[in-house]
Ligand binder design. Sequence first.
Ligand SMILES: C[S@@+](CC[C@H](N)C(=O)[O-])C[C@H]1O[C@@H](n2cnc3c(N)ncnc32)[C@H](O)[C@@H]1O
Length: 317
Amino acid sequence: MLQHLHARLVCSSCKGMLVQSEALLQCCNCDAVYTIDDRYVSMLDRREEVVHPSDWKRKEGEIRDYSEISNSFALSGIGRFATFLNYGYVPQGNEQHAVIEPDDVWNRNSVKLLLETVGRTAIRERQVIDIGCGRGGNIAALYKYFKPLSIVGLDICPANIAYCSVKSRGVEAFYLVGDAENIPFADESFDIVLNMESAQAYPNRSRFYEEVYRIMRVGGVFLYTELMLEDQVAKNVRLLEEAGLSVIRNQDVTSNVLLSCDENAKQRTGPQGIANNANASMNNGDISDFIALPGSKKYEEMKAGTQQYRMMNLIKR
Ligand SMILES: C[S@@+](CC[C@H](N)C(=O)[O-])C[C@H]1O[C@@H](n2cnc3c(N)ncnc32)[C@H](O)[C@@H]1O
């Protein structure tokens, strides 16, 4: 399994060298042990000295929610098509950056969100990691439209990674379970880091930004989207800059995302839709809020401008 990996895997916690013995990876420097099974490698280190128990509780909530969503997709029969877990994007009059018009019928708004985030960034023949890759839709689209040299998908939820590993045969990507705040790759491993609608769940944002900077090569690009509280936008930009990244684009695309939420609502509330099939009580609030259905708290906050959907490109100089 590991032979397909182009980047160097290291200990998530201390970044030490790993040795493999059968189904385990062991750190030569600290006592961390990671597991390999026939579906995926898990690079999560849950030791208290690495992850504070209250942070781990939050992360466990994420794992639970996305496992539940994964189950509900499988039960409703749409699992095979449900490869994205984001709000999507519908173009309108404001500034557009995408240079490709997607030919996808399924998940068109999510593919548009990705293409708009990528804009003119050169991806062909470059090494890419998607952090918080979910069910692999962005990776499949990157592969289809840009032909990178290699792609790694990392997500904290084992159900998502198990799904990607099975679903994405034919896409040359390597998927693993890991934590965005403790990325198990050597310094300067990637040219492009992608992070779509995931960072809002990370308890330690500075730590995540520092990890992104560490694994990027000089000249590399960080493609980043997140729904943020309006009063957190400036703070997050400051933390990104403190981590060493330079902002080259920081766009408010909330109106485009709201249009997509409107379009998605019909399908998501239909008989096979997630709103009817996922457990209503989730760690992140109720399901209608989770998917920002019109009328939900999140949707109304976006409409009122107290939450902003930000699309950013940053570089490591
Ligand atoms: C809203 S989904 C977005 C998925 C994907 N980026 C997309 O656009 O379809 C958020 C994803 O972030 C993952 N996630 C949450 N916390 C994480 C963490 N600490 N490290 C890595 N992934 C995490 C979740 O498991 C979930 O798959």
